[in-house]
Design a protein around this ligand. Structure first.
Ligand code: GLU
Length: 176
């Protein structure tokens, strides 16, 4: 069975209801509890690196995520990073250049609705991300709403629609 590292960084997917509104607070383990089917696909270990709205992520965090992957690269077959959608494409581009030539899939995903919301897109996106991390190509990709998009080509083009990301001037790698 494949061994996948899940790196939690926050975002809407991991948001809970707080006095200040929705805030990222769910851990990667708590997210995984919503998608029990993943345990039949692979063995998952979790690293809760950040719990941030992705609008508060920047270059120092990109280095932190890349460093976390590099330090554990040999121990896993693939990596799933849960992330807010607003800057996911920037993190994907940064990781594409910070971790070059990866033979293992490095997959970013997130959602437009928290994982505990009715009709959430989180469960599909997270499950697809693990499927791709187990069976997909190496390199950095975004898996979102049934599309696999190369990390250097993704752009958030819709702020509310589940179809948040487009692949710019390059075909999607796969439709799930
Ligand atoms: N601004 C938040 C973020 O990027 C919410 C957007 C989202 O996660 O979908 O983390």
């Amino acid at each position: 069975m494949k061994q996948i590292l899940m790196i939690g960084t926050g975002g809407t997917i991991a948001s809970g209801k707080t006095a200040e509104g929705l805030m990222p607070e769910l851990t990667s383990e708590q997210l995984l509890a919503f998608v029990p089917a993943v345990s039949a696909l692979c063995r998952v270990e979790c690293l809760q690196l950040l719990s941030l709205d992705s609008t508060n992520l920047g270059p120092a965090h990109w280095l932190q995520i890349a460093g976390a992957i590099r330090a554990r690269y040999d121990r896993y077959d693939g990596f799933v990073i849960s992330h807010g959608t607003d800057t996911m494409a920037y993190t994907a581009a940064a990781l594409s250049y910070l971790v070059q030539g990866s033979a293992k899939p490095i997959v970013l995903t997130g959602a437009q609705k928290p994982i505990w919301f009715d009709g959430t897109d989180s469960k599909r996106n997270l499950t697809d991300a693990f499927l791709y991390a187990c069976r997909g190509c190496g390199g950095v990709q975004i898996v979102f709403n049934g599309k696999v998009i190369l990390g250097t080509r993704a752009r958030k083009t819709f702020s509310k629609s589940f179809q948040a990301f487009s692949s710019v001037n390059y075909p999607c790698l796969l439709y799930t």
